[in-house]
Ligand binder design. Structure first.
Ligand code: HEC
Length: 178
């Protein structure tokens, strides 16, 4: 009995993982929204520098190293990183050692994608360009795919649970009659 409830749950968790795991751009978008957007915009400076064309300014390897451990690069005397640090009011960008090289490549893919969008229509589609306001999260609109799959997964889980409860109830009824 336990297994028959667990199987669909595992199945739908897998589906949701697969959905979230979608292409590199979507993956990059999710990580960017979670971990970078607080300080970075693509098209303009924010707490940190604008990230459009960042892959043209530095090598991918440099970006990967920098994102994982900006302090280390700055302390190592990398002059461009140091100048940047001073320009941005000596705000320390936090380490992101939890991100893999591929995660950071995905973020770069997303940044490239958005940069192209900006170049072609002069604006980021559906991205709120206003400065962040308390309680209002900009950029939340453009990972609709993620939100939709999340809602689908949650409602399916609820349905599965309701179904399991019904089955239990039926079982109890049958036992009661025996
Ligand atoms: C708490 C704010 C903050 C967060 C969060 C943050 N950054 Fe930064 N970032 C900065 C600041 C400030 C700088 C400027 C350099 C410095 O002061 O360390 C910077 C610099 C950079 C640079 C160098 C850009 C250039 O033009 O030279 C890259 C690349 C970068 N960040 C990527 C990222 C990525 C990717 C993430 C998310 C995984 C991220 N940052 C999260 C604040 C932040």
């Amino acid at each position: 009995m336990k297994f028959s409830i667990l199987a669909p749950v595992v199945f739908f968790l897998f589906i949701s993982w697969y959905q979230i795991k979608a292409g590199p751009i979507d993956e990059g978008r999710n990580i960017f929204a979670l971990k970078c957007m607080l300080c970075h915009r693509i098209e303009r400076d924010s707490t940190g520098p604008a990230l459009a064309n960042v892959e043209k300014r530095y090598s991918i390897d440099w970006i990967i190293k920098f994102v994982k451990s900006p302090g280390k690069i700055i302390r190592s005397g990398d002059t461009s990183a140091e100048a940047l640090f001073i320009k941005f009011n000596r705000t320390v960008m936090p380490d992101h050692t939890e991100l893999s090289d591929d995660d950071i490549r995905n973020i770069i893919a997303y940044i490239q994608f958005q940069t192209k969008q900006i170049a072609s229509i002069g604006a980021i589609p559906m991205e709120n360009n206003d400065p962040p306001v308390e309680g209002k999260k900009p950029g939340n609109f453009h990972h609709t795919g993620f939100i939709i799959s999340f809602i689908i997964v949650i409602s399916t889980l609820i349905l599965v649970l309701l179904f399991a409860v019904q089955v239990k109830r039926l079982e109890r009824k049958m036992h009661g009659k025996e």
